[in-house]
Ligand binder design. Structure first.
Ligand code: F6R
Length: 248
């Protein structure tokens, strides 16, 4: 695994944007796996800047998002559909039919999840998957205990995850209890993975995932099995790491 430790959030965002830009420059019709949440906001801002200032081209790109809350329509301000549109898609030249985000409102989740997996395969598989990490080690909404081979499905969110995300909702009661998420098995099939983490609240999850055992209790630890996984993290998120071989 490649671990890059930076000083600032801006550096994380720029380093991650360079990884994405490299993927698009070498393969203009690349398939990207995308995450939501606070962490990748700087990456998306940098990609928008690169699109505007440097002509980074999204016209042939296809994207698959990791997850969506069950019960939120695409126009709900806290839905991940809305988040992606506001924070990336509406600012770049991506073709709308090439955008895939799990549905939070389908009446047949089983069929939808199967179709989502199939669409990823039909589009050639994910070339580069962007990930954040939960304080409990989740990737996507694969909470602790998730099968390391899991595919897209509905997951129950832990109280801790709902609490962490309550900051975006009026009250805890409004935070959805379930999400549709790509599985850990789905994520592991991506050709390359880049995980971003910032702040002390992620330090335990970062050390557990990198230096702990591969365990479903820390879903991100499954990335130890991936051949091309890169962590781009700041000093605070790296503060519990013990090996001295990481790149600064
Ligand atoms: C979001 C996602 C989650 C987040 C994680 C960290 O699509 O898959 O795993 O990446 O909860 O969220 P932030 O970045 O808000 O700390």
């Amino acid at each position: 695994m490649e671990i890059l430790i930076t000083d600032t959030y801006e550096e994380i965002s720029k380093a991650a944007a360079r990884v994405v830009a490299k993927a698009l420059n070498s393969k203009p019709d690349a398939v990207l796996g995308l995450a939501t949440g606070s962490t990748p906001l700087g990456l998306y801002r940098e990609l928008i800047r690169m699109h505007k200032d440097e002509g980074l081209d999204f016209s042939q790109v296809t994207t698959f998002n990791l997850d969506e809350y069950v019960g939120l329509r695409g126009d709900h301000p806290q839905s991940y559909h809305y988040f992606m549109h506001e924070n990336l898609f509406k600012h770049v030249n991506i073709a709308r039919p090439n955008i895939y985000i799990p549905s939070g409102t389908t009446d047949n989740y089983e069929a939808f999840c199967k179709w989502y997996e199939q669409r990823i395969v039909e589009c050639g598989g994910i070339d580069l998957q962007v990930l954040g990490i939960g304080g409990n080690g989740h990737i996507g909404f694969n909470e602790p205990g998730s099968s390391l081979g899991s595919l897209t499905r509905i997951k129950t969110l832990t109280k801790g995850t709902r609490k962490a995300n309550a900051r975006f909702f009026k009250s805890m009661r409004d935070v959805p209890k379930y999400a549709v998420t790509m599985g850990i098995g789905t994520i592991l099939k991506a050709r390359k993975v880049v995980l971003l983490a910032t702040g002390e609240s992620k330090a335990q999850a970062v050390v557990d995932s990198l230096e702990g055992p591969v365990s479903s209790m820390c879903p991100a630890s499954a990335l130890q099995l991936h051949r091309f996984a890169t962590y781009v993290i700041d000093q605070a998120a790296a503060s519990k790491l013990t090996l001295d071989t990481y790149e600064h």
